[in-house]
Ligand binder design. Structure first.
Ligand code: DAH
Length: 339
């Protein structure tokens, strides 16, 4: 076989080796040695030139020189590629420092809800959950919001159908608990709620509530007051004072809204409490007899209290956050600050 023909065969093999190269240091070196190393295939061709006539030498010289140049080009290309593909090679360097996996942390609202739940759990409350998609019955009717009653306008509802909706408060969990168990009932119900409100730094279409309910024989308003006072002192600090203002909720009678002395300024007046010295933190009252009746609890024998608070607002006050939407953006840079 003529040298030029053998050069052609070597070229084809070389091209296939080039394209199939694994691109690690060892494979590139093997390629180099095989084709242009001292004892490689191409120098081997050159060594046979001694036995050729000068015409043959000239012809073969052209072909093998081009082959040699191409082989050198291939080697330098392989070296370059293996450099840039370094990460993809099998080479493992156990001495390199590892990549630290990102550690997550609780959402600031989860932190608040757990802290609050723990205080009430110590007082004997059991945590209960309910569905976020509710029926009109549990969200309104059983809580003494009669059909077409204007109180329904207090809560801008997202309806899914005529009869199903996204719960506007966690109070339907009261009803589910009363239907599930007999008094004494002492539950705390944290969860997400939904309202079709104009979105602003102060209000969002999703937020959170924590509902409390206690039903037993002879439960009184003063028990409600002392329970809330114990809670407020353990959460906001021993110096905190409470103020009950008369209010209205369809499911409680009488009803009250509760303020605490501002824990930022201690009641002296500041930007956060708008110079009033007071912060509103919850609504509460004695469970309306109609609500007990709707869940087959005898209002002659039993009474109870309920309360509901907004952990979003409490979290905002606690950390000095001025836009509620930050809680729902899922921005890691914001959330990481609570780890
Ligand atoms: N469900 C009420 C709301 O969303 C909050 C509330 C007020 C709950 C008073 C209660 C309560 O249980 O007694 O506005």
């Amino acid at each position: 076989m003529k040298i030029t023909e053998r050069a052609e065969i070597i070229r084809r093999e070389m091209e296939s080796d080039f394209f199939n190269n694994r691109l690690d240091f060892q494979s590139v070196e093997e390629f180099r040695v095989k084709y242009i190393g001292k004892k490689g295939l191409i120098p081997g061709l050159f060594r046979e030139f001694g036995s050729l006539s000068s015409d043959e030498k000239q012809e073969a010289g052209k072909v093998v020189n081009i082959l040699k140049k191409d082989a050198e080009k291939f080697v330098s290309e392989l070296k370059q590629k293996s450099e840039s593909d370094k990460d993809k090679t099998d080479f493992f360097d156990p001495s390199l420092p590892g990549l630290r996996p990102d550690v997550g942390n609780l959402h600031p609202i989860s932190i608040t809800m757990r802290e609050i739940s723990n205080i009430f759990r110590e007082m004997g409350f059991v945590v209960e959950f309910g569905p976020e998609v509710e029926t009109d019955y549990y969200n309104f009717q059983a809580l003494n919001f009669p059909e077409n009653h204007p109180a329904r306008d207090m809560q801008d509802t997202f309806f899914i159908s005529e009869d199903t909706l996204l719960r506007t408060h966690t109070s339907p969990i009261q009803v589910r608990s009363m239907q599930k168990q007999k008094p004494p009932i002492r539950i705390l119900a944290p969860g997400r709620v939904f309202r079709n409100e104009a979105i602003s730094p102060r209000s969002y279409c999703v937020f959170h509530q924590i509902e409390g309910l206690y039903i037993d024989e002879k439960v009184t308003f003063s028990e409600l007051k002392s329970t809330l006072e114990i809670f407020a002192k353990s959460y906001f600090g021993n110096d905190v004072k409470l103020r009950f203002r008369p209010s209205y909720f369809p499911f409680t009678e009488p009803s009250a809204e509760v303020d605490i002395t501002c824990f930022i300024c201690g009641g002296n007046g500041c930007r956060v409490c708008k110079n009033t010295g007071w912060l509103e933190i919850l609504g509460c009252g004695m469970v309306d007899p109609n609500v007990l009746k709707a869940s087959n609890i005898d209002p002659e024998k039993y009474s109870g209290y309920a309360f509901g608070m907004g952990p979003d607002r409490i979290t905002m006050l606690k950390y000095g956050i001025d836009d509620i939407r930050l809680f729902f953006d899922g921005d890691i840079r914001f959330l990481k600050q609570f780890s």
